[in-house]
Design a protein. Structure first.
Ligand code: ATP
Length: 983
């Protein structure tokens, strides 16, 4: 018996034995395991009683207590596939026929498929209506006493019979209300505006505002029908009952944007008189209680489009309910029933006071990075983030009265403890780091994918994409966060990975996301938790979700149970960022850890992570990971729904950073000179592709410029770090630098970057290292935990230890260059910057290098190491090295500043150089170009699949010594022949 049959047998057994809770548990499992998939659904429908069974399953889903599933289950249980397929309007449910996801024709059948689809229940209601009048056959479907089909009445009975807690009752009650609303909506057709105003008794109450709305409505453009239906049907209680007695049970139906978080945008764009009375198909819809006072209307953020006011039932519990992404062009439905406030209040999707998004006078960039304009945030166009459908500021702002701009803090949507927690979380993310850490240069995020690292093995690594294949996330953060919406069912956890090398800006980006949320830019999330993984305590036996979300030191205040239970209720409104996920790489395999939905809550960090990844714990949240894509981590990431890479700085962005750095450090007078220093060192400029290096360059430039105008930057990375550490070494306690170097190496070998107080050689050394900024407190970790201020600094210190230590045997030294492959590597080169720093430290002239750090006497211990490495490097045959290692050799030779070594390497370069599939970053391109130019021979290059940027490509193929090159097409380079012949 195959898996499907086994499941089916179980389902049948449980259904026939009337054990709905067990069916629920089973279905829960199936949903979680993604087994209610298209294939299984299809197989189900092939069964003789497939449709009936599907209906039963739908019915059972209703009992799951999940309002969304219940609603969907109910709607679709009454919609037999065969009938739907016969309906001529089946493919045209969107009315305009533009709605791709509503073209249900090709899908294999009904209920479960629909449950998994983006289809809009409202449209399905319309379909049901049509089928009612379309012919006997369809009518029969509803009239025959089919026990498998549940109708409205049966559903009501079911509700009555239902026992359970208040919350469940409330949820079902709201489903019932929705049902009523939808049916009544169909009765609305042809309702004239007069009737509709009369019906709700609004005329005098709306008064002026309706006129204003109408006038503007004539100008307003009807919104185009969206091409894709929103993926999600969200049912959401937005507000607790308000205070003014309600006059009628009437909903105002009209457009609403997702931007409820915006303070009271302009009503004039809202109202379309004609469509208000005759609209037969809902577009964006607001359901509000009648009578909407003018103040209330002026407070809703409604994009251009039509409004309908329809009567509705009186039984809907008080409160404001939002169904966002409801489909069929509905960006949101908001239902309000209850007592109306007199005062102008702005409901927000977050329940937070709404502040205008900080603007800088000279957009696009804000002068203050922590009062960001949209352009300051990482690739986040303001409209995308705030979902302001087609509204410009100009359209909205003139109509905003000061009262309307009042934040919605008066609106008691959440319990006080939740409000407070949310506020303090926002305050925390908004807190502005002082100095250069507060700078934010907008960088690209580019889509990436994994590919097999070899044809045989299962291991995967990041694919190196050609420049033409690059897909920057043009929509910015919004695009990143929505990247998975087409892949997952509603309410399914979305896993997004943001990758990048050490120092490339991943944490900075993650902080900017939190910061964007704190500034009100991500209204789709009620809470954002940004958790640096290094501070997760993996030692404890017990680890619960609370421990993860509310790690001490991370969250601003002690967290009450009420807050946690609130979070559990709406996981889909949680963005969980696990920053520096590679810190947990020892947890690999967690994807396969046990964490069944039926099992008890996971009790270990490993189990918890497994649960999150398997989309069982906090199911429906957005899980955003940032990580260095190394080693086995890539395997884990293959489960991610979307992957992006932080692109690093272009030369222009590096220059922008330099300018901002000197501005932020109050030395704007040095800006130009600092730029000139950097431009004079093209090697460092290319390394400034890494924001970490760019920052180090600025620090050294700052120090040099304070000394006088004669300043000059070194030409190597080694020189850069020697320049930064030299002064610190001068005033250090005896042996402090070497002690710290040893720590850096020891920790790095174990893949650690953070260190405890008691690991320092002495309290004095610790105090010195902190004072000199070599180590710093970890973000979110315990106060006693420190970390090297950058990974590159740790690499430099690790190399310093190797260069000086007498404990490293001569014959072992070459292995730390990681240039030759070894079957069983004793050293995995986790500290990947070590090889070039080691060569730099050992080869560069003593007085300006090692001697400047530890004194000339101590530096002589490197003489022997230099001989060993020279022997090794001179025996290496560059032509036999694989592309990545050849590039590393070139970097090492460059760092050495040793003419003999450099010439030796150049001499060994083969005339045909293939970098196929190896990543060529800007510093790689620079060092390769320098080598080719200096070699004095002609070369042929294969640059395919190297991701080389157009500038780098231009530089390389522009070299007179490059006479042939393989086809690389970059935008704007069409003039280049497909196979380069440059002779
Ligand atoms: N877009 C940016 N604008 C300004 N500064 C940046 C930017 N990205 C990174 N930086 C700076 O570069 C340094 C390194 O950034 P960050 O710590 O985010 O890198 P990372 O990729 O998380 O590195 P690691 O993998 O080592 O944790 C920080 O000092 C940060 O302030």
């Amino acid at each position: 018996m195959n898996h499907f049959q086994t499941i089916l047998t179980q389902v049948r057994m449980l259904l026939s034995s009337h054990r709905p809770s067990q069916v629920q548990a089973l279905l829960d499992n199936l949903l979680a395991e993604e087994l209610l998939s298209r294939e299984y659904h299809y197989a189900l429908l092939q069964e003789p009683d497939g449709e009936a069974l599907a209906r039963k399953i739908s019915l059972t889903l209703m009992e799951k207590g999940d309002p969304e599933l219940a609603l969907l289950g109910w709607v679709w249980s009454g919609l037999p596939t065969s009938a739907a397929e016969k309906d001529p309007g089946y493919k045209d449910l969107g009315g305009s026929g533009q709605c791709a996801t509503m073209e249900l024709g090709p899908i294999e059948g009904g209920y479960l498929e629909l449950l998994n689809s983006n289809a809009d229940p409202l449209q399905l209601y319309h379909l049901c209506d049509r089928m009612d009048v379309a012919g006997e056959e369809e009518t029969e479907l509803y009239s025959e006493p089919d026990t498998d089909t549940i109708n409205c009445e049966q559903f009501s009975r079911l509700l009555c019979a239902m026992e359970g807690d208040e919350e469940t009752k409330e949820a079902y009650a709201n489903i019932a209300e929705l049902d009523q609303y939808v049916f009544q909506d169909s009765q609305l057709e042809g309702l004239s505006k007069d009737i509709f105003i009369e019906h709700i008794g609004l005329e005098e109450m709306i008064g002026e505002s309706v006129e204003v709305l109408e006038e503007a409505g004539q100008k307003s453009q009807k919104r185009p029908f969206p091409e894709e239906l929103p993926a999600d049907l969200k049912h959401r209680k937005l507000a607790e009952p308000l205070t003014m007695p309600m006059v009628t049970d009437t909903f105002l139906v009209g457009p609403v944007s997702d931007s409820l978080a915006q303070p009271c945008p302009a009503p004039p764009a809202l109202f379309n008189k004609e469509s208000a009375s005759s609209q037969t198909r809902l577009e964006d819809t607001v359901l509000m209680p009648g009578p909407p006072s003018s103040s209330l209307l002026s407070c809703f953020s409604l994009p251009a489009g039509s409004i309908q006011i329809i009567p509705t039932v009186s039984t809907l519990p008080q409160g404001l309910w939002q169904i966002s992404g409801a489909g069929a062009g509905l960006s949101s439905i908001v239902i309000y029933r209850g007592e109306m406030p007199q005062a102008s209040q702005t409901p927000t999707s977050s329940g937070q006071p709404v502040h205008n998004f900080p603007k800088s006078p000279d957009r696009p960039g804000s002068t203050s990075p922590f009062a960001p304009s949209a352009a300051d945030l990482p690739s986040m166009p303001e409209p995308a983030l705030t979902s302001r459908a087609n509204l410009t500021e100009d359209e909205t702002s003139p109509t905003q009265s000061p009262a309307a701009l009042k934040p919605s803090s008066q609106l008691p949507r959440w319990p006080e403890s939740v409000e407070q927690f949310c506020r303090s979380l926002r305050d925390k993310y908004q807190a502005k780091p002082a100095g250069p850490e507060g700078i934010l240069v907008e960088v690209d995020l580019v889509r990436v994918r994994l590919e097999r690292s070899s044809s045989k093995g299962q291991e995967r690594e990041l694919a190196t994409l050609d420049w033409t294949e690059r897909q920057p996330a043009r929509g910015g953060l919004a695009e990143v966060l929505l990247a998975t919406s087409d892949r997952r069912r509603p309410r399914e956890t979305r896993v997004i990975a943001v990758l990048g090398k050490a120092g490339q800006g991943k944490s900075h980006w993650a902080q900017a996301v939190s910061w964007a949320w704190a500034c009100g830019q991500l209204p789709q999330y009620d809470f954002v938790f940004c958790i640096p993984c290094h501070c997760l305590d993996r030692r404890g036996d017990t680890y619960l979700l609370q421990d993860l979300l509310f790690s001490p030191g991370l969250q601003p205040r002690p967290v009450e149970d009420e807050v946690f239970s609130y979070i559990l209720r709406r996981p889909d409104r949680i963005l969980l960022i696990l920053d520096a996920f590679e810190e947990l790489e020892t947890q690999d395999g967690f994807l396969h850890s046990a964490c069944g939905p039926g099992s008890a809550e996971p009790r270990s960090l490993r189990g918890l992570l497994a649960g999150l990844f398997q989309r069982k714990v906090l199911r429906g949240c957005t899980l955003l990971l940032t990580a260095r894509p190394r080693g086995r981590l890539a395997q884990s990431l293959s489960k991610a729904d979307a992957m992006f890479e932080v692109a690093g700085f272009s030369a222009q962005q590096a220059e922008t950073y330099v300018l901002r750095y000197f501005e932020a450090s109050g030395a704007a007078e040095h800006q130009k000179r600092a730029l000139a220093l950097l431009q004079a060192q093209p090697s460092l400029l290319s390394h400034s592709h890494s924001p970490t290096v760019c920052r180090a360059v600025c620090q050294l430039s700052e120090a040099l410029l304070e000394l006088g105008d004669e300043a000059e930057l070194p030409s190597t990375l080694t020189g850069l770090y020697v320049g930064l550490l030299g002064p610190a070494a001068h005033d250090s306690p005896p042996g402090a630098l070497v002690g710290l170097a040893r720590l850096a190496w020891d920790l790095g070998r174990r893949h650690h970057s953070s260190l405890r107080e008691d690991q320092f050689p002495s309290a004095e050394v610790r105090a010195w290292a902190v004072a000199r900024g070599l180590v710093q407190p970890t973000r979110g970790g315990p106060e006693t935990e420190l970390a090297f201020s950058s990974f590159l600094l740790q690499c430099f210190l690790g190399a310093l230890w190797l260069a000086l230590s007498s404990e490293i045997k001569d014959k072992e030294l070459p292995q730390y260059l990681a240039l030759t492959p070894r079957k069983k590597r004793p050293y995995d080169n986790w500290l990947e910057g070590v090889p070039r720093f080691l060569v730099g430290l050992v080869f560069q002239p003593r007085p300006r290098c090692l001697g400047a750090l530890v004194g000339l006497a101590a530096a002589t211990s490197a003489d022997r190491k230099q001989k060993v490495l020279t022997r090794y490097l001179k025996r290496l045959q560059p032509g036999t090295l694989q592309a990545g290692r050849l590039l590393e050799l070139l970097h090492c030779a460059h760092e050495a500043l040793d003419a003999g070594l450099w010439q030796h390497v150049l001499h060994g370069l083969p005339a045909r150089l293939s970098f196929l599939g190896a990543r060529l970053s800007p510093p790689d391109t620079y060092v390769l170009g320098s080598a080719l130019e200096a070699a004095g021979r002609n070369f042929s290059l294969d640059l395919r699949s190297t991701g080389i940027d157009p500038t780098g490509l231009g530089t390389l193929v522009g070299l007179s010594c490059v006479t042939h090159f393989s086809p690389v097409i970059v935008p704007g380079s069409e003039a280049l022949p497909p196979q380069g012949h440059l002779e």
